[in-house]
Design a protein around this ligand. Structure first.
Ligand code: NAD
Ligand code: TYD
Length: 350
């Protein structure tokens, strides 16, 4: 079967592509990616010459290109990860998020619908990868389940919520076999250093301030990226079309506690005296519309499909730090050029 994975050069996508290419030699994996600032073929160096892997550079917003690609290659399934993914960038430039996350998704759905209608036996599944941020923000208690109402607040989560609704609409209206998973915050190797954890790893390494929004009391529920990729594998192969699964590891942390733990791990790894890195913590102006707390209930996935997270947070964070310290060149390449402009705009006068 030919499987199209979109956004496969990004953070999560590269882990999904690697898992599928290595585990399923009988599938041909097409990685379609525009290679935006967040897409990086260096993430896939180890598998780029595998016979069942092909890279296609392209933009999901370009409907003609997408239609042609589907009509030529007649994919048997799609795993859709391509997106603009950073909340802060969505606050600065919401339209880009509408183009890629909403229009790009609808272009893919249209192209999938066309080949599905031509041969309903040949097109198996449109798997849409989404986020728990569509559910909005929690107070001190409670968790998101698959039946929690959508209540997005940021332009990013609003665009992802919209794309989720379109995926369900194509299932209900046209019978397109599709499903959605909503995952909590990921962390791990290849994470672009605009997000909290890799940004702070990079700054600790360079002895730069660690910008914590507000009081650092916001809570996120962190999952190691390879555990997310394994969940996508399990859901792709076992879930029924039309279903939704939450993915998360019951691992809630306030931002300040995450960064304190990271500082401690990196004191040791960098041979600095205990407490050295914590001095870099700097409280800065809060994010507009900052969601207080995310916490995801993944009981359905655990009970129905037997998936569970493989790592404790401390262990996952240590593996992540090790990866960044061993891949200095990767970090250097992605933090030169445009990144500097982004950093200045986002943080210097904050
Ligand atoms: P990322 O920003 O690291 O990667 C996105 C990838 O999509 C990049 O390779 C980029 O080049 C590509 N892309 C962007 N616009 C494109 C376009 N118009 N056409 C083709 N390719 C394009 O994102 P990520 O963190 O890996 O997230 C992947 C998916 O998982 C997204 O859909 C995101 O909403 C979802 N998700 C992310 C998290 C998280 O914590 N990062 C959690 C849950 C769900
Ligand atoms: P982020 O990694 O951007 O993911 P998301 O906004 O999708 O949850 O942010 C994680 C948390 O860290 C969030 O509460 C915002 C906060 N944060 C900071 O305090 N400082 C930063 O520089 C960044 C990027 C995020």
């Amino acid at each position: 079967m030919k499987i199209l994975i979109t956004g496969g050069a990004g953070f999560i996508g590269s882990h999904v592509v690697r898992l599928f290419v290595n585990k399923y030699p009988s599938y041909t994996i097409y990685n379609l990616d525009k290679l935006t600032y967040a897409g990086n073929l260096a993430n896939l160096k180890d598998i780029e010459n595998k016979p069942n892997y092909k890279f296609v550079k392209g933009d999901i917003v370009d409907a003609d290109f997408i239609n042609k690609l589907f009509s030529e290659l007649k994919f048997g399934a799609v795993i859709h990860l391509a997106a603009e993914s950073h909340v802060d960038r969505s606050i600065t430039n919401p339209l880009e998020f509408v183009y890629t996350n909403v229009i790009g998704t609808v272009n893919l759905l249209n192209a999938a619908k066309t080949i599905y209608k031509e041969n309903t036996n040949a097109f198996k599944l449109f798997y849409h990868v989404s986020t728990d941020e569509v559910y909005g923000s929690l107070g001190e208690t409670g968790m998101f389940t698959e039946t929690t109402s959508y209540d997005p607040h940021s332009p990013y989560s609003a665009s992802k919520a919209s794309s989720d609704h379109f995926v369900r609409a194509y299932h209900d209206t046209y019978g397109l076999p599709s499903l959605i998973s909503n995952c909590s915050n990921n962390y791990g190797p290849n994470h672009f250093p605009e997000k909290l954890i890799p940004l702070c790893i990079s700054n600790i390494k360079n002895n730069k301030p660690l910008p914590i929004y507000g009081k650092g009391e916001n809570v996120r529920d962190w999952l190691f990226v390879e555990d997310h990729a394994r969940a996508i594998d399990v859901i792709f192969h076992n879930a029924k079309a039309g279903s939704t699964y939450n993915i998360g590891g019951h691992n809630e942390w306030t931002n300040i506690d995450v960064i304190r733990l990271l500082c401690k791990i990196m004191d040791k790894k960098l041979g600095r005296a205990e407490g050295t890195n914590e001095k870099l913590i700097t409280f800065v102006k809060d994010r507009a519309g900052h969601d207080l707390r995310y916490a995801i209930d993944s009981t359905k996935l655990q009970n129905e499909l037997g998936w569970k997270p493989s790592l404790q947070f401390e262990e996952g964070l240590e593996r992540t730090v090790d990866w960044y310290l061993a891949n200095e060149e990767w970090l250097q390449n992605v933090t030169s050029g445009d990144y500097q402009k982004y950093y200045e705009q986002q943080y210097v006068k904050r």
